[in-house]
Design a protein around this ligand. Sequence first.
Ligand code: DGP
Length: 115
Amino acid sequence: MSEDCLFCKIVDGDVPADIVYESDSALAFRDISPQAPTHVLVIPRKHISTINDLDEFDRQLVGDLFMAAKQIAAQEGIDESGYRAVMNCNKGAGQSVFHIHLHVLGGRGLSWPPG
Ligand code: DGP
């Protein structure tokens, strides 16, 4: 838990969110500013600021985030049509909340490369 972290506050229930998935290690909720018909953020309950802060003990946790993404895609009905699961690292890549989160985006065509 990091005192001034927005996503830690969502984990603790101090900031409301539209939660679509919960497990012992992870939580997922709808993005406040959706960039696609489905835009869900999957986060670990544990505070980790960026991908660069992951350590060896986080291997399982990172796997949990992707397993959650897979389940959410099925729940949202975008597993067959296609979706993107992406994590931005640091400001230059667009990270604005420094508690790692996997964006799960789908429900429309997604171009590549991203901007
Ligand atoms: P990134 O830019 O990769 O750090 O993504 C942060 C995302 O978090 C961005 O898409 C908007 C979303 N977001 C920011 N504040 C809130 C909030 O208070 N609630 C929810 N549900 N999403 C938020």
